[in-house]
Design a protein around this ligand. Structure first.
Ligand SMILES: [Zn+2]
Length: 472
């Protein structure tokens, strides 16, 4: 791709708007929480959330048990009285009838808690922690912040100008994206910095609502141990895919608690929680088709059958002269121990292009250009990738990631996939580029590739590959 000039113009526009909006940002009391750049109003969060919730309600198997719903709504609404930012949202709490351990929040206060989360929480403080964390995504407005970044990346400048002048056309653009991109990819792909904020809000809310403020972090630790997120089939995998660890999650929460105020003997549990937990544990198991819920593990996508591309939960190692990586044992390595390498399912390769999989390569930044930092080198790498793929667009600004304890840079990109739909149109692709720097300044990078609609399903596998990646 040639470098996309529109993209750079747009970036300038966004920066200047962000500067203007920053004046209106409310700082949360006692917490250093600033909501990210957002084109939408809080009222539009509610409108967008209503539309997305209607979609989610159609797609998800909801648990319509009045007692469970009454309990979860009482608990949820009690917690939202203690939000650090003023939030007048129509808070609604629903339960999804699946054993997968997960919870998610749509803009405007529509929160979904899986039955599996209620069943695996040990006490009320832990369940309250999960819900308080979700309310954090709502009050920090992470859903429409993500949508803002996507619109900035994808909408041509000429059209964007019109959208900004008229909030109704901005909303119709968003509605179109809810339909085309899907609720999950549009609103639930939380960045690590968003997770850190939701963790901070969750802990704040727990403390002020009189719960043990460690409840949220305890829940995360328990499900991570009991249901390791490395296997894509794990009941908790989707949770850590929707809520990636910002790094030192537990330590960050431990450091926040003393700053909230005097130590309290927070509430741990209630007979009501234990009664509801027993109640859902005693209900018939959800049927298999119900369990499919959000994740798509079957069916076809374009002319590719999902069973042929989805990673197995078993990993094997590939030893390159420059690194070592673990990869799903039903994927293949293309390339050799001294070249650029593609690791992919054979069915995920279309012509010479990779539709599913990862490309691992090195990149030599231009000597004398930039300051030689990881950030600078990563931006040079993206520029160079764009020269070969002009339709590739960056979403957001990139984030720090840990690559097997080494500092790395992660950048999300979107573009056309080599996999086409039934009418021959390319599907939308989601790429996650992760780069680490060698001591001589060279980058080694992994470009993880998937059609947008399957990216969240593959994310835990990609995360495992990053965690196990060892530079030599
Ligand atoms: Zn989260």
């Amino acid at each position: 791709m040639n470098i996309n000039k529109k993209f750079f113009l747009l970036a300038v526009v966004c920066l200047s708007m962000a500067g203007g909006l920053a004046l209106g940002v409310e700082a949360a009391k006692g917490l250093n929480l600033k909501p990210g750049f957002n084109l939408f109003s809080k009222q539009q969060d509610i409108e967008a959330g209503k539309q997305a919730a209607a979609e989610a309600d159609k797609q998800l198997p909801l648990l319509n048990d009045p007692e469970t719903l009454r309990y979860i709504n009482d608990l949820g609404k009690r917690l939202t009285q203690f939000e650090p930012l003023p939030a007048d949202y129509p808070w609604t709490f629903k339960v999804v009838n699946t054993k997968d351990i997960n919870a998610f929040a749509l803009p405007g206060g529509f929160i979904y808690v899986n039955r599996g989360a209620i069943e695996s929480a040990e006490n009320e403080a832990q369940l309250a922690g999960v819900i308080a964390h979700e309310t954090g995504h709502v009050v920090m407005r992470h859903g429409t912040h993500q949508a803002t970044e996507r619109i900035a990346a994808e909408v041509p400048l000429a059209i964007l100008g019109g959208l900004l002048g008229q909030s109704s056309s901005l909303m119709s653009q968003l509605s179109e994206m809810v339909v085309n991109v899907g609720v999950s990819s549009l609103f639930l792909h939380n960045s690590r910095s968003a997770e850190a904020q939701a963790d901070a809000v969750g802990t704040y809310v727990l403390y002020h609502a009189g719960y043990d403020p460690h409840g949220m972090a305890q829940f995360f630790t328990i499900i991570e141990k009991k249901y390791p997120a490395t296997a894509t089939q794990s009941r908790a995998a989707q949770f850590f895919s929707d809520h990636p660890d910002p790094g030192n999650r537990i330590q960050a929460v431990d450091a926040e608690i003393p700053q909230l105020g005097p130590a309290i003997q927070g509430k741990q549990d209630s007979p009501e929680f234990q009664a509801v937990k027993r109640r859902v544990l005693g209900m018939p198991a959800p049927t298999v088709s119900n369990q499919a819920g959000q994740t798509q593990s079957g069916g076809t996508i374009g002319n590719v059958s999902r069973v042929d591309v989805m990673p197995s939960g078993n990993f094997k190692n590939f030893n390159h002269s420059a690194y070592r990586i673990s990869y799903p044992d039903n994927w293949e390595v293309f390339g050799d121990t001294s070249s650029a390498v593609t690791i992919a399912p054979r069915a995920g390769i279309s012509g010479n292009a990779v539709g599913y999989g990862v490309i691992i390569n090195s990149f030599q930044p231009e000597p004398g250009r930039g300051n030689g930092s990881l950030d600078d080198a990563t931006h040079q790498l993206i520029d160079s990738l764009r020269q070969g793929n002009p339709d590739l667009k960056m979403i957001g600004h990139g984030e720090d990631v840990r690559v097997n304890r080494r500092p790395g840079k992660g950048v999300e990109l979107t573009g056309p996939s080599p996999i086409t739909d039934t009418t021959g149109h390319p599907l939308r692709e989601h790429d996650w580029l992760v780069a680490v720097q060698r001591s001589d300044g060279t980058l080694v990078y992994m470009a993880f590739i998937s059609p947008e609609q399957d990216f969240n399903t593959l994310r835990p596998t990609f995360e495992s590959m990053v965690q196990g990646f060892q530079l030599r």
